[in-house]
Design a protein. Structure first.
Length: 202
């Protein structure tokens, strides 16, 4: 099974395929073999490919009795110039951490325009985020990372994590302790009254 894809511009390309019946893949750029191996579900860096060159992918299938199957093939380009631009913007607007503990983070952040502040922390509803002391609504974005909306400007960021259910657990524990003490006190009072009555009878 062979796939041929023409390249229209000079590009740095990556290839990915998924096929359980593929024994080996041979990847060629023009007549040059860039890879010849089994790499199911692997992202392979094809490298720089010049304009008007063909990429050929030949799949050698397993020698078995199965006559059906699916192969998914994807090719994507990497624009290093755009990557560097985005990376520079992210670094310029990164959170300057002032202090942190195991359950809190404080820092300063400057945004050049209105947008989304994305933290490299998995989203969890136990996180509280405040900007200049005002609590913000949190979101799960980019496959589950913590984020908040913010306006252009410089912000003091305060983040605090409280495990979900902790407050309710504390309240339940305090209520249980109060009930326990109430029962103990009443039990002691009832025992005292019983001893008093016994003394009077004697």
């Amino acid at each position: 099974m062979v796939f041929t894809m023409p390249v229209k511009e000079n590009e740095d390309l990556y290839l990915h395929y998924d096929g359980s019946r593929v024994e080996k893949a041979v990847i060629k750029v023009g007549d040059e073999v860039r890879a010849s191996k089994k790499m199911n579900s692997e992202i392979f860096h094809v490298g720089l490919v010049e304009k008007d060159t063909n990429i050929t992918v030949e799949f050698q299938l397993k020698d078995d009795d199965l006559n059906t199957g699916v192969i998914r093939l994807s090719i994507a380009s990497f624009d290093n110039e755009k990557f560097e631009k985005v990376h520079k913007t992210m670094m310029e607007q990164a959170l300057d951490v002032v202090s942190y503990t195991s359950d809190s983070i404080e820092g300063m952040l400057k945004l050049e325009e209105d947008g989304l502040i994305l933290f490299s922390i998995p989203y969890d509803n136990g996180w509280t985020v405040k900007l200049d002391g005002e609590e913000q609504e949190t979101y799960a974005v980019a496959d589950g990372f913590l984020a908040v909306n913010a306006k252009e400007g410089e912000w003091k960021v305060e983040m605090k994590y409280v495990p979900p259910g902790l407050k309710e657990g504390i309240l339940i524990s305090l209520s249980a302790a109060f009930i326990f003490l109430f029962v103990i006190v009443n039990y002691k009072k009832s025992q005292k009254n019983v001893r008093t009555e016994e003394t009077e009878i004697v």
